[in-house]
Design a protein around this ligand. Structure first.
Ligand code: FAD
Length: 313
């Protein structure tokens, strides 16, 4: 069964453009028959399951100069073809000190997500752009990026929240001729931090549920802003827990009981968890409450540590 379904994926033409204009030109020329390829790990998985058909042209975008991390004023810019391993390497290079995705950074959620993606061989070739554009709700890095309000720089000329691009299973809102060039992540100032948590049955399994959380605290350690996003068994795309976010605002960040109560009261209004062979919807909902609460507390502890350090300096 597997071999017959994978036989539907038999591209005839392999193109390796060296600039963005050529990519756009090829995408317009071949339309539905063309598919971009970066690390190839997502395409491989989809093709293996017989979920791609009619693709005759592969456009390899790894020849573009889109593998980098740059810090520019209040934005971190990551080229779409940067592999996960390279993200880890560049984030802790001496020019980025202190390390960009470490526990002491406001972008710690990215470090958390990268550390749970397995195996290493996949991280060595899988790109940040491919992780977003595969558009599967149980991937880890996109959920962390959404919680950090990441923005997609789309070639040739568009900017959009990554959250708005993800519209459903394998569905990404890119028009003909468009592709993802760069991801922009706002660098929050003040007492901010973030975290990402994944629950899976085994170490190398897809997330039964995952959760990204970014938080800012005010001087009196109360939550002044919070962003909470879930992936995994929550439907066709990652979901933002809007009512839960709103109810968390103003709470004292160390008041675990009140935080727990917010999740008990509001989360079921934000999320519709799914049942499948791995877990029931009810189980996932209970898991979502626990993961969300832990992610909020972890982010708040990190933000509070940053506050202590900033006040000392
Ligand atoms: C064995 C294995 C284990 C895995 N484990 C995990 C895990 O633990 N956690 C997790 O989150 N993920 C996991 N993954 C998924 C992995 O993260 C994705 O396959 C990977 O991120 C996709 O990136 P890629 O560069 O390989 O994309 P590709 O396969 O090259 O492309 C994927 C899709 O995105 C499109 N695309 C790629 N780049 C762009 C762009 N710049 N603009 C527009 N469209 C683009 C392609 O056309 C294609 O449709 C695993 C995958 C494998 C094979």
């Amino acid at each position: 069964m597997e071999s017959s379904s994978s036989s539907t994926f038999e591209p005839k033409i392999f193109l390796k453009p060296l600039n963005e204009e050529e990519v756009v030109e090829y995408l317009r020329k071949y339309g539905e028959k063309a598919r971009l390829i970066a690390g190839g790990t997502g395409i491989y998985e989809i093709a293996r399951r017989g979920l791609i058909s009619g693709v005759e042209v592969l456009i390899d975008i790894t020849g573009l100069r889109l593998s980098y991390i740059k810090k520019e004023r209040d934005l971190l810019k990551i080229g779409a073809c940067t592999t996960m391993s390279k993200m880890m390497l560049l984030s802790s290079s001496p020019s980025m000190s202190p390390s960009l995705f470490s526990e002491d950074s406001p972008l710690a959620a990215i470090g958390d997500a990268l550390s749970v993606i397995q195996p290493l061989q996949v991280k060595n070739v899988a790109t940040i752009g491919g992780a977003i554009c595969t558009a599967l709700p149980f991937f880890d890095l996109p959920v962390a990026l959404l919680s950090l309000d990441s923005i997609a720089e789309i070639s040739p000329t568009r900017r959009e929240k990554v959250e708005n691009l993800l519209t459903g299973y394998f569905n990404i809102d890119l028009k003909e001729g468009e592709f993802l060039r760069e991801i922009l992540i706002p660098l929050p100032d003040g007492y901010a931090s973030s975290s990402f948590l994944k629950f899976a049955i085994t170490g190398d399994d897809w997330a039964l549920l995952n959760c990204g959380c970014a938080i800012s605290l005010n001087e009196s350690q109360r939550i002044s802003s919070v962003s909470l996003v879930y992936g995994g068994g929550v439907g066709e795309k990652p979901r933002r827990a809007i009512k839960t976010q709103d109810a968390l605002k103003g709470l004292y960040s160390l008041d675990e009981e009140s935080i727990k109560r917010v999740f008990e009261t509001w989360l079921h209004e934000d999320l519709e968890t799914i049942s499948d062979s791995r877990a029931s919807a009810e189980y996932r909902m209970e898991l979502a409450k626990v993961l969300g609460r832990r992610a909020v507390i972890k982010s708040a502890e990190r933000a509070s540590r940053r506050m202590r350090v900033q006040k000392k300096n």
